[in-house]
Design a protein. Structure first.
Length: 254
């Protein structure tokens, strides 16, 4: 695939860095937007491998770093779930203005809820796929509180999550509390593909089952046997991409 570096304004007016991956053969038959996991970046190898599988199917993908992460500007401590959602919307607006509005939305882990919430603000979207997504935002709340139990009193704390240290403010927790996963799933009026590894030791497979139970039809749940949370093995990332591409064709004219 061909890959082009891009930048565009995010939800907080900071410049966000992205990569647009497109097929070698030429113009994509459709565009997708990818939201990475908490603390990850667009340069995670598994994302590039998944994108390559989508590009092989003719789908172009914009992957980008959320505000304060990777090569994007801003302070991560001033971000939250809602700012991630609006970063996604900003990326969709950029795609629409310069290429074509994204028809496929893909969210990995914490990026899954962000995509489901952002979908209603992206008119071009025709389908949503999640990978290893949590069924509610208390998963992240509990992880932060267990790592920094005094954050409610101190207002901010250095927290070790997913093997990295982050500065997180209480506003991050407050924002999680004001967003309801059950409501955002109920408001999702698009076909939904849920991919999840039964052996995921970060977000358990039961979360995928709960998302499936709450979602409207059409919906599909596929187990990524032998995969891990980050799809670090090349064959697992490519398999996920091939599944998403094949499923997406059922809900598009590509």
């Amino acid at each position: 695939m061909k890959s082009e570096r891009l930048h565009f304004p995010g939800s907080q007016a900071y410049q966000l860095e992205g990569r647009l991956d497109v097929p070698d053969s030429g113009r994509p038959v459709a565009y997708a937007l990818f939201a990475h996991c908490f603390g990850c970046t667009k340069n995670l190898k598994s994302i590039a491998r998944l994108d390559r599988a989508l590009a092989d199917a003719g789908i172009g993908v914009l992957r980008f770093d959320f505000t304060g992460l990777g090569e994007s500007e801003g302070d991560f401590a001033d971000t939250n779930f809602s700012s991630n959602v609006w970063d996604v919307v900003a990326a969709a607006h950029f795609l629409e203005a310069n290429y074509e509005g994204p028809r496929l939305l893909i969210g990995h882990s914490f990026g899954g809820p962000a995509m489901m919430q952002a979908a209603r603000f992206i008119p071009s979207a025709t389908a949503v796929a999640t990978i290893a997504a949590p069924a509610d935002l208390t998963h992240m709340q509990n992880a932060i509180l267990s790592a920094a139990p005094d954050i409610e009193e101190t207002g901010e704390a250095e927290v070790m999550l997913v093997g990295r240290r982050f500065r997180i403010k209480k506003q991050f927790l407050d924002d999680l509390a004001h967003n309801n996963m059950a409501q955002m799933i109920a408001n999702l009026h698009l076909p939904l593909l849920i991919l999840h590894a039964p052996a995921d030791d970060i977000v358990p497979i039961e979360d995928a089952e709960r998302i499936f139970a709450m979602a409207r039809y059409p919906k599909n749940l596929v187990a990524l046997d032998r995969a891990d949370h980050l799809l670090l093995e090349e064959q697992d990332a490519r398999y996920a991409g091939e599944l998403i591409a094949a499923w997406f064709r059922r809900y598009s004219d590509v």
